[in-house]
Design a protein around this ligand. Structure first.
Ligand code: SF4
Ligand code: SF4
Length: 187
């Protein structure tokens, strides 16, 4: 029977119209993640980076995502509301082709943890410190089908029946049944 489960989805919404490039998000993120908390603030250690080109009126906060060992060969170029973004501007990867999202001393990749590091915060700190409301936090429950689980069970049942049939075809139904009965007794 199909069941419904839920999963918690946490989202930081970004409104580019409201971002003024103040970089408060970078400062608090790097301070929170400093090896002694709040002992320093260094934007290069932040898990959110501001792409800031005032002359082009571009203020784009980007969150650090997954690490990638190799840079990608295909690139995307966006023009939004007449503003031209660079090829890697929207990419969240910690990638060998650029400086962003790497711990400056060790070169280790950085990734946003939604401030669930120790101690976990109720709300991401970058959201809390963004006084222009360019960043807003949303938590919602989403229903997930467990169709995949059911399909897996069906497949396992089907595979098992196929194996039993193959045994019966090869050794005869009686021999196959006797072997299974012996196995069951051993258990
Ligand atoms: S704190 Fe908000 S307004 Fe300031 S740079 Fe970050 S996202 Fe933009
Ligand atoms: S959610 Fe926390 S870890 Fe992620 S960028 Fe914002 S301050 Fe940094």
């Amino acid at each position: 029977m199909m069941g419904k489960k839920t999963k918690t989805v946490k989202v930081i919404n970004i409104d580019l119209e409201k971002c003024n490039g103040c970089r408060a998000c970078e400062m608090i993120c790097s301070a929170f993640h400093a090896s002694e908390k709040y002992s320093s603030n260094n934007p290069t250690r932040s898990r959110i980076r501001m792409i800031r080109r005032p002359l082009e009126d571009i203020y784009l906060p980007i969150y650090a995502g997954e690490y990638t060992a190799a840079e990608c060969m295909g690139r995307d170029k966006y023009v939004i509301d007449g503003k031209e973004y660079d090829e890697c501007d929207f990419c969240r990867a910690s990638c060998p082709s650029r400086e962003a999202f790497k711990e400056p001393d060790s070169g280790l990749p950085l990734k946003c943890d939604m401030c669930e590091d120790d101690p976990p915060q109720e709300e991401p700190l970058c959201v809390k410190w963004c006084l222009s409301d360019a960043l807003t936090y949303e938590i919602r429950e989403e229903e997930v089908e467990d169709e995949e689980e059911e399909e897996q069970k069906d497949l396992t049942q089907e595979e098992m029946e196929r194996s039993i049939k193959a045994l019966a075809d090869r050794y005869g139904l009686d021999k196959a049944a006797n072997s299974m009965a012996r196995l069951l007794k051993k258990e």
